[in-house]
Design a protein around this ligand. Structure first.
Ligand code: C2E
Ligand code: MG
Ligand code: MG
Length: 733
């Protein structure tokens, strides 16, 4: 091998290396051009690339030709007769132009060739093995010439090398773009995309995964996936990973811990990465499905809950009940309570629905707190609540709960400006008796609830067959109440109400007293609520009314001007259908002029619907009987409510009077009530005046009438008869 040959071989080797190293194509082609020039001394190498879109050739720029020539040889159309290269490209054959000036294929280009001093041109198409045209490889000479066999071989070799370089370059480009394409796909994929090695360490991850996890790629790469997973879900996630690693495609959900510490739901699909039949890693796509989960949970929640209070709804309660009954298996340790609020309608009609809604919410939360976590609590709508008490061993537990609920609900509820006083009735049934169906238990509870309501509300009743048990601790007193009426143990005391200015007795209030044979005096504060609860207030109230009227007729017989008597009437008594008839009957029997009769009712009469009560008060008014509002300020009525009531008098509760001298806010309220009542042509009575200071204070505030121990205690009729007409009153100047 000659030195030249050796050098050429080395140059060829060098070109192969350039190709292998994927050096820029221009650099490689330049090297090939140099190499060919060496093999074919005196030649000017031209490499033209083919553009299949335009069917043209373009000369690669190089130092061998002038700019003008290079420019003219851009987008040069191929075709039979289009110069040497155009023809070679078109015919896919190699073309020899011995003398350019004489070759008609160069027509129109002769001047260009002359200017470039090009006289001969031999051109070979650059073809792939499949015959795809890549361009032409040509050598020009400054003098007309024909190629030797050796030159032809050199040309062919160079052309093959160029084809190789172009193809390799194209492959590399394709390879690169595919990788780039995948990279872009991975990076911009809206879901989290990642790969793990066989041990579960992150090998790659995309931007979405960074967003989902809150960790940067740097923080994740190389680490085991465990640190992203909630500890409770790690074992399951590892199991899913193992299955993917063993060749399965796995869909899996887990809880993730975000970099900020918050938990989120992650849904992932993991696949094995297989290369040549072998698993080399695990590839996965995941997304944060927390919102979706939340929505699902919300839908389930809405299906099962009462949206106002957050308690279970009827359907859910029913389901729990059926399950519990099955679980109990007839052991009889399950109790249901049906709870209705007393007079809830009046709150909706009075203060309005928004207030009603607030009350229901407060009631729900109180019931929840009082009942504890084991009790299932539901609201069926309106003011109907249900409780399911599981696993009780002693009936007393349930009874105590019922009483706790009643006591808890009795606490006033403050809503906006309203102070709402509410009570409830509860019907209880347990599965101790044989049940034919779950609904029977609820029927029994409903029956018990009815009885509780009929008993005067604010109480509970336990259904046990047709016989209904009563609250045990009041059983004795209740029995006593019954005999007390028959045995005349009641007496009425009278307490004067005096004119705040003149001190003249204006009327008396009838206050019942019970001389209990063994207990002595029982306070009406104790037995009136009990009588209300048991319904005995109705006969007792009638007796009081009759007795008071009789007494006052007797009292007035000795006086010139008749004194008026005020009789306290319980709500239950007041709203009974027979009340008006009873009143007419008593007036007729006793002969008391209706103008001398007054009723004191508390705001609680309004609880069962204001309309009927207003109508009744109107009727009483036309009959000449007045109705005063007792204990004003302790109930739920707002001041504005008063406007609609046909009442002529409000009695400020004793609690106001007690505080008026010491609490300036209370004084302001009292002043407000007095002023407002006067604007509505109502009189104001202050109850419970015990001190001179209270008397003076209220007189100053233009309170009309005063009542209290300061003037006189409640006393039997006989004592009242002895009382002077004028009671000691300081005249405020
Ligand atoms: P009430 O209608 O607000 O009656 C006023 C209560 O305050 C009476 O208590 C009376 O004795 C008491 N009192 C009057 N002046 C003073 C005072 O200066 N200081 C204090 N500490 N107390 C004073 P009583 O008689 O114990 O009655 C309590 C409640 O029982 C009555 O409140 C009323 O709601 C009810 N009640 C009493 N008698 C009857 C009745 O015949 N029928 C009905 N349905 N309820 C009655
Ligand atoms: Mg009263
Ligand atoms: Mg009162």
């Amino acid at each position: 091998m000659s030195d030249i040959d050796y050098l050429l071989l080395e140059a060829q080797q060098n070109i192969h290396e350039l190709i292998a190293e994927q050096k820029p194509l221009e650099q490689i082609l330049e090297a090939i051009a140099d190499w060919a020039s060496h093999m074919m001394p005196g030649s000017l190498v031209s490499i033209m690339r083919f553009n299949p879109q335009t069917d043209t050739l373009s000369l690669m720029p190089g130092r061998r030709f002038s700019d003008r020539f290079v420019e003219s040889m851009q987008n040069f159309p191929i075709g039979d007769g289009q110069g040497t290269c155009g023809t070679a490209a078109f015919t896919r054959q190699w073309v020899i132009t011995e003398n350019i000036q004489k070759d008609s294929r160069w027509d129109g280009l002769h001047d260009l060739a002359e200017a470039e001093s090009l006289r001969a041109c031999w051109s070979m198409p650059i073809l792939t093995s499949k015959g795809e045209l890549l361009g032409t490889f040509a050598t020009y000479y400054r003098a007309p010439a024909n190629p030797t066999a050796e030159a032809q071989r050199s040309l062919a070799r160079s052309t093959a090398l160029v084809a190789l370089a172009i193809l390799r370059n194209r492959d590399a480009e394709n390879l690169l773009s595919l990788a780039e394409w995948y990279q872009a796909l991975l990076t911009n994929h809206p879901d989290g995309v990642y790969t793990f090695d066989l041990e579960g360490h992150f090998q790659s991850c995309n931007r979405a995964l960074e967003d989902i996890t809150g960790f940067s790629a740097d923080q994740m790469l190389g680490r085991h996936f465990d640190f992203l997973i909630e500890p409770d879900d790690r074992a399951q996630t590892q199991a899913a990973f193992n299955r993917a690693r063993s060749g399965e495609a796995i869909a899996h959900e887990m809880m993730g811990t975000h970099a900020t510490g918050r938990l989120y739901y992650l849904q992932t699909v993991a696949f094995p990465v297989m290369i040549r039949g072998e698993v080399v890693g695990v590839y996965g796509i995941c997304r944060d499905i927390t919102r979706q989960k939340d929505q699902e949970a919300q839908i389930i929640y809405q299906r099962n809950h009462d949206l106002l209070t957050g308690l279970l709804n009827q359907a859910a309660f029913q389901e729990v009940l059926c399950h519990s009954l099955t679980a109990d298996g007839g052991a009889g340790t399950l109790a249901t309570m049906h709870l209705n609020l007393d007079g809830f309608r009046a709150i909706n009609e009075g203060p309005g629905h928004p207030t009603g809604d607030e009350v229901l919410k407060v009631v729900a939360s109180r019931l929840k707190n009082l009942a504890g976590p084991d009790v299932t609590l539901a609201r069926l709508g309106s003011d109907e609540f249900r409780l399911l008490v599981p696993g009780f061993t002693d009936r007393d537990e349930v009874i105590q709960l019922a009483e706790r609920l009643l006591a808890g609900l009795a606490e006033p509820i403050e809503v906006d400006d309203h102070k709402v006083q509410i009570s409830a009735s509860i019907g209880i049934a347990c599965n101790g008796t044989q049940l034919n169906a779950p609904y029977q238990l609820q029927q029994f509870a409903d029956l018990a609830l009815d009885r509780a309501k009929r008993q005067g509300r604010n109480t509970w009743q336990w259904y046990s067959g047709p016989k209904v048990e009563r609250s045990r601790h009041s059983v004795a007193l209740r029995q006593d109440l019954h005999t007390a009426l028959e045995e005349d143990q009641f007496e009425i005391h009278y307490q004067p109400l005096v004119d705040a200015v003149t001190g003249r007795m204006r009327s008396v209030e009838a206050l019942v007293r019970w001389h209990h044979p063994s207990r002595g005096m029982v306070s009406p504060g104790e037995f009136i609520p009990l009588a209300e609860q048991t319904g005995q207030i109705v006969p007792l109230g009638l007796w009081i009314l009759r007795q008071a009227c009789t007494d006052i007729v007797d009292f007035n017989a000795q006086r010139e001007r008749g004194l008026r008597v005020a009789v306290n009437i319980s709500s239950l008594q007041f709203i009974r259908d027979s009340f008006l008839d009873d009143v007419r009957q008593v007036l007729k029997e006793t002969g008391l002029p209706p103008q001398l009769l007054e009723f004191e009712v508390t705001e609680s009469v309004l609880l069962d619907g204001a309309e009927a009560v207003i109508e009744l008060m109107q009727t009483l008014k036309t009959m000449g009987i007045r109705v005063a509002l007792d204990d004003f300020g302790t109930g739920f009525s707002s001041l504005s409510y008063l406007r609609d009531l046909p009442t002529h008098k409000v009695k400020l509760d004793r609690s106001f009077v007690q505080e008026v001298a010491t609490d300036h806010r209370m004084a302001a309220i009292v002043q407000g009530v007095i002023t407002m009542a006067h604007h509505m042509d109502m009189m104001v009575v202050a109850e419970g005046i015990e001190t001179r200071a209270q008397q003076e204070d209220l007189a100053h505030r233009h309170c009309d009438i005063l009542q209290g121990y300061l003037f006189a205690r409640p006393m039997p009729l006989a004592e009242l008869k002895k009382l002077p007409e004028l009671l000691p009153v300081d005249h405020p100047e």
